[in-house]
Design a binder for this molecule. Structure first.
Ligand code: 8X3
Length: 248
């Protein structure tokens, strides 16, 4: 059997682009997400064996049930891409919506943990694997109005380090990817469907695209066996820091 990758949040953005890039390398795919129609569409676009798992990473029981439902052949996951996650809201701490905070901590942090906890023991039993965690430049530097989103991504950074400390002895590589401004549904979700506001985020410069991050992830997972790319921070050329973007 070919290598198998499980990608969370595969229905759009970086997850979808990563699935497409992996398919180009002949990697069999477990496509995870909440939107079945989108995953079925993606499945039609790829030429490799694939299965769909429908679950919300925030729902621990669904995560456990979905991963347990894989048959033995699919349980031998070589690569786990913890991509699912979102930003909800961008407001001063005193005005933050507690539901938004819950969403970000539940999805970006707890969801990543729930999925990893199910996959890692199988990787150990198989003698190794590779985990790719999607952090953000928000995990490197806190910015105004982003305390909880940044906290969730700083948690991803800590989890990547902790995983590497605990799992290297089992032959598991851990790669932490920190993208800057990537034009996806990210800002539309952050601004709760306000497309105009979302557009402003990427206006006047050439932002990153989901495929740019997928390329970087593919580079990391295709590195020779003895090489671990531990961390990658990726900015658009016009971006110097999370909130410093040179626009035309
Ligand atoms: C996405 C990048 O700068 O909007 O995680 O936080 S940023």
């Amino acid at each position: 059997m070919k290598k198998i990758a499980l990608v969370t949040g595969a229905s759009s953005g970086i997850g979808r682009a990563t699935a497409l890039a992996f398919a180009q390398k002949g990697i069999a795919l477990i496509l995870c997400g909440r939107r079945e129609d989108r995953l079925l569409e993606l499945q039609k676009e790829i030429d490799v064996e694939s299965v769909i798992l429908l679950f919300d990473v925030r729902d621990r029981d669904s995560v456990n049930a979905a991963i347990a439902s894989l048959d033995d052949q699919w349980k031998k996951i070589d690569i786990l891409v913890n991509n699912a996650g979102n930003a909800h809201g961008l407001s001063s701490f005193d005005k933050g919506e507690v539901d938004d905070w819950d969403n970000m901590i539940d999805g970006n942090v707890k969801g990543l943990l729930y999925v990893s906890r199910q996959v890692v023991p199988e990787m150990i039993a198989n003698g190794g694997g590779h985990i790719v965690n999607l952090s953000s430049v928000a995990g490197k530097q806190t910015y105004e109005n982003g305390a909880v989103y940044c906290a969730s991504k700083k948690s991803v950074e800590a989890i990547s380090e902790g995983m590497r400390l605990d799992l290297t002895k089992h032959g598991i590589k851990v790669t932490n990817i920190a993208p800057g401004a990537v034009e996806t549904e990210f800002s539309e979700v952050r601004f709760k469907g306000d497309k105009d506001r979302a557009k402003q985020v990427y206006a006047g410069f050439d932002p990153l695209h989901a495929a740019d991050i997928a390329d970087a992830i593919t580079y990391c997972i295709m590195a020779p066996d003895h090489v671990t790319i531990a961390d990658m921070t990726i900015y658009a050329k016009a971006q110097a820091a999370p909130t410093v973007i040179y626009r035309k």
